[in-house]
Design a protein around this ligand. Structure first.
Ligand code: ADP
Ligand code: MG
Ligand code: MG
Length: 900
């Protein structure tokens, strides 16, 4: 690149030329050249017909912004030199009045941001060169049409004149002349339009349209760099987590003209069908048009292939039918590109008087269904390996396949929007009360539960509902976590939606829906829609099964599910879980017939009272576990002992207090006092987790007994030994764990003696407090396993409650204080605590089994980190299990293979 010695060559390499079968850059340099520039360079190297050009690297974009939106002086001579080289290849010269070179000035960043930034076409025309172009092409009409297109685009993109003003001027002129179609305008009419457009510019800016071609070029290059910071581009980057400092490259490229008559055309083609994945060319084109016309939507493009034309019953000719030879060239180019890039390509092409030119290629965006089919097909074709196929599918998107979706072709009345907390769509009757949801469900109704927020008391109602809406809370609020766990579509934090519980109405977007009215939610987009919308059911294709099979063969980590109920457990197995990583037991105490003895237990003021109540709960718990063990048929099951603060189970209204008072044989007043006595300022940081079990070891004893007796019973029925894993929550020190563990051991001994069998079990702990991470070396000596509870670990590391974070966290990401919502993507500081815990835990207990069971366990990026620190398993909601299986395979493959 740089020749030693000469001062001139010490200058940075900012400009990279391509064309005529050569290029200075290649596809690997997308950081520097942007995707567009890098692929144009690569296409040129492949010998495909690419108009010559050069790319100004994204480094210059950084310089431009550093200098206060000014192009560096050193760039000018480099561009001039490159422009001369381009002219030589193209057989024309920039500014030559007899033989003018026209160029496009195009944007392109390393991440594809389709249509977000600006492009200027047909640059290099002024009052003199336009005549040269007319003479050279013997087509005055074409030359003036091209010139007016240029003024229009340059006026809009570079000079900031409203695009509509030009359109209006053209419309007015057409009306004046009685024309309907652009095709009716002749050379002199376009020349008149040029004059009118120039007058328009002068009127808007008090300055004439620039005639100096260098001024035009600098203006366009600066404008394209500037478009990196237009509002659209910024919004797109936010949405797709693209860093603001990447910048765009600028590609300057010789123009080819699809608007040179009926043997010219422009179009786009995908090398495979991006919607179904079928191996067929898929695209559209326009005769006698420039690329911009396809997107502008003024004319309806025609089908590319004969097959597509027949399928859509289009009477206009296809590209294949109209220009068979050029079509054959295009087909060959598609095959070559796909084989080279080994991925479906999305291609822009232009035909100038029968000759094909390739203007852009990039990997094609595709539906999830297509992604699977293409990955599997390309493996069968020998184009990619199984490893590459597994890496080619976006794990995060896999989710889409597993839930019903709204029929995209049906119009919808969207009345509000919240956070897309749990994917899938559902329609049903609106209800505002969890108990009512349960009641209506038993009567055969389908309901959508709308709440301001949810609490554990609502869980039965959430289960009964087909979908859930909340107006408060973030992506990891109670509603979100529970809904994802159940696979219920859920929209949370819909702040613009008003719920009036008294009147039982939901108002949003000028509409008010009452109880019983039909509402539809889309948990994948966060939309709340009035009325019913038809759904498409998910079908798991054979491609899905094939690809997941490959993923399973590659992954090292096990994938378990967070499953609390028999239904969850069955779903987990159906989605391929290796076991249960977290079975929360608290929900079991909310069920019919259980909440009363639970309350008796909590409100009893001595051990005997508690034991009496627990005795009632024991057989029910045991039955739950028997069922769970039987469903899981010997796969590992981790059961967490009671975790939440007891206040969550307490009665708050008079009637419930009276009922409990009656069964306990005490007065309501006394009971009220007891309820008040149990209230805490900060229950989530209060008397919960192992702390409860330290205070009330009889709870742990009852649960351990239920687990052991169930393991024996289910084991007998299945003819195997079931080895339950008992997990103690919220531990901060070894002594805490030891206290609970001793009680469990004592129960085990007793059960063994009673039943004359030997029990196999393990006891581990949830690692979910910073103090536990620091003390992991000690705790690890007593634990058989660790499971990171990253929800609480994130809350306590940040000192931030996830249910309240939603209100201001958005501001934090916007202002760049944090990069991502830490409740969705694992925060690096939390990761470091986990790393410390792994090091120390394994240091004192080398074969300590370690997993993760927080919400992050289903997040592909977090799963990659878990592979890095060599966790043994990840555990996530049942519906995330396929995502996690794929992500776990990708994580280890990415460590081994460098991704393309
Ligand atoms: P975007 O990134 O928005 O797609 P592009 O830079 O690809 O913008 O250009 C917009 C349109 O102009 C495309 O249809 C493209 O094919 C066309 N185009 C760009 N450069 C040229 C050129 N040198 N000759 C002919 N058409 C071009
Ligand atoms: Mg493009
Ligand atoms: Mg926890």
């Amino acid at each position: 690149m740089t020749k030693a010695g000469k001062v001139k060559d010490i200058a940075p390499h900012w400009v990279f030329t391509f064309g005529a079968g050569r290029a200075e850059g290649d596809a690997a340099q997308r950081d520097l050249l942007g995707g567009k520039g890098a692929y144009l360079a690569e296409m040129s190297r492949l010998g495909l017909p690419v108009p010559p050009g050069f790319t100004i690297s994204s480094e210059v974009c950084a310089e431009y912004y550093k200098a206060g939106k000014k192009l560096p002086d050193a760039l000018m001579p480099m561009v001039s030199e490159a422009l001369d080289a381009v002219g030589k290849v193209a057989g024309a010269r920039f500014g030559d009045v007899d033989n003018p070179l026209l160029v496009s000035v195009r944007s392109g960043s390393r991440a594809s941001m389709p249509g977000m930034m600006d492009t200027v076409l047909n640059l290099g025309l002024n009052d003199e060169t336009v005549e040269g172009l007319a003479r050279k092409t013997s087509d005055r009409r074409f030359a003036h049409d091209t010139y007016r297109r240029f003024i229009q685009m340059y006026g809009d993109v570079v000079l900031g004149i409203d695009h509509d003003l030009f359109e209006e001027a053209l419309e007015n002129y057409k009306n004046l002349k009685g024309f309907e179609l652009d095709t009716e305008l002749k050379a002199e009419h376009w020349a008149e339009m040029v004059a009118r457009f120039k007058a328009l510019v002068e009127q808007e800016l008090d300055k004439p349209f620039p005639q100096d071609l260098r001024v035009q070029l600098w203006g366009a290059i600066a404008a394209v760099f500037g478009s990196w910071e237009n509002a659209r581009a910024i919004a797109y980057r936010r949405l797709h987590n693209i860093p603001d400092d990447w910048g765009t490259a600028v590609t300057v490229q010789a123009m080819v003209f699809g608007n040179m008559g009926d043997r010219s055309a422009t179009g786009v083609v995908f090398t495979r069908n991006p919607s179904t994945g079928a191996k067929e060319l898929f695209g559209e084109f326009l005769v006698n048009a420039q690329g911009e016309d396809v997107v502008a939507g003024l004319r309806t493009p025609q089908p590319l292939t004969e097959a597509a034309r027949r399928a859509s019953d289009d009477r206009r000719p296809s590209f294949e039918g109209l220009m068979p030879e050029t079509f054959a060239d295009l087909k060959a180019a598609c095959a070559k590109l796909e084989e080279h890039f080994r991925d479906i390509q999305d291609i822009e092409f232009t035909v100038e008087e029968g000759r094909l030119w390739m203007l852009q290629s990039r990997s094609g965006k595709r539906s999830m269904q297509a992604a699977l089919k293409i990955a599997v097909d390309m493996t069968a074709e020998g184009l990619i390996t199984e490893q590459e196929a597994v890496l080619a599918v976006d794990a995060a998107q896999l989710d889409q396949l597993l839930h019903p979706t709204l029929d995209p072709e049906v119009p919808k009345l969207v009345i509000g929007k919240g956070l897309p907390a749990s994917p899938g769509a559902a329609s049903g009757e609106l209800v505002f009360d969890a108990d009512e949801a349960v009641h209506l469900k038993t009567q055969g109704h389908t309901v959508i539960l709308a709440r301001v927020e949810t609490s554990p008391e609502d869980v039965q109602g959430m289960h009964a509902a087909a979908g859930i809406i909340t107006t408060r809370g973030g992506m990891t609020s109670h509603a979100a976590v529970v809904a994802r766990g159940m696979g219920r579509p859920c929209v949370v934090g819909a702040a613009s939606v008003q719920i009036e519980l008294e009147r039982e109405t939901l108002s949003s977007g000028g509409e008010t829906l009452s109880k019983g009215e039909i509402v539809t939610i889309d948990g994948s987009t966060g939309q709340i829609i009035k009325g019913r919308v038809p759904m498409r059911e998910p079908t798991l294709s054979t491609d899905f099964v094939t690809l997941m099979g490959w993923a399973d063969a590659f992954r090292r980590m096990k994938v378990r599910a967070n499953a609390d109920t028999p239904a969850d457990a069955r779903q987990s197995l159906a989605f391929g879980a290796d076991g249960i990583g977290l079975c929360r037991t608290e929900h079991m105490f909310f069920e019919e017939g259980r909440i009363v003895p639970m309350r008796e237990m909590i409100l009893a003021d001595n051990t005997e009272g508690r034991r009496a109540a627990l005795t009632k709960l024991l057989p029910m718990q045991r039955q739950d576990f028997v069922q769970l063990f039987k469903i899981m048929a010997g796969s590992p099951v981790t059961i967490r002992l009671l975790d939440p603060p007891l206040h969550e189970f307490l009665p708050h209204d008079g009637a419930a207090i009276a009922e409990v008072a009656r069964t306990l044989g005490v007065t309501a007043t006394r009971l009220k006092r007891r309820v008040a006595g149990l209230s805490e300022f900060n229950p989530m940081l209060g008397h919960r987790g192992s702390r409860l079990l330290v205070s009330f070891p009889e709870i742990a004893e009852m649960q351990a007994r239920a687990i052991f007796e169930a393991a024996i019973e289910a084991g007998k029925q299945l003819g195997t030994t079931i080895k339950p894993e008992i997990m103690v929550p919220l531990v901060t020190a070894k002594a805490e764990l030891d206290l609970v563990k001793d009680r469990i051991a004592a129960v085990a001994k007793a059960v063994e003696k009673e039943q004359g069998v030997k029990l196999a079990y393990s006891v581990g702990t949830m690692v979910e407090l910073p103090r536990a991470c620091i003390n992991a070396g000690e705790i690890g000596k007593s634990a058989d396993f660790f499971s990171f509870g990253t929800n609480d670990l994130t809350q306590t590391t940040f000192g931030l409650s996830r249910d309240d974070a939603g209100r201001f966290l958005g501001e934090y990401t916007e202002k760049g204080i944090i990069q991502h919502d830490p409740f969705v993507t694992l925060d690096p500081a939390v990761g470091e605590l986990m790393w410390i815990a792994v090091e120390r835990g394994r240091g004192s207990h080398p074969d300590l089994k370690i997993g993760i069971c927080g919400e992050h366990g289903g997040d592909p990026e977090t799963i990659r980190f878990c592979e890095d620190i060599r966790l043994d398993y990840v555990s996530c909601s049942p519906y995330r299990v396929p995502v996690a299986r794929l992500a776990a395979a990708q994580a280890i493959l990415k460590l081994k293979v460098k991704p393309r």
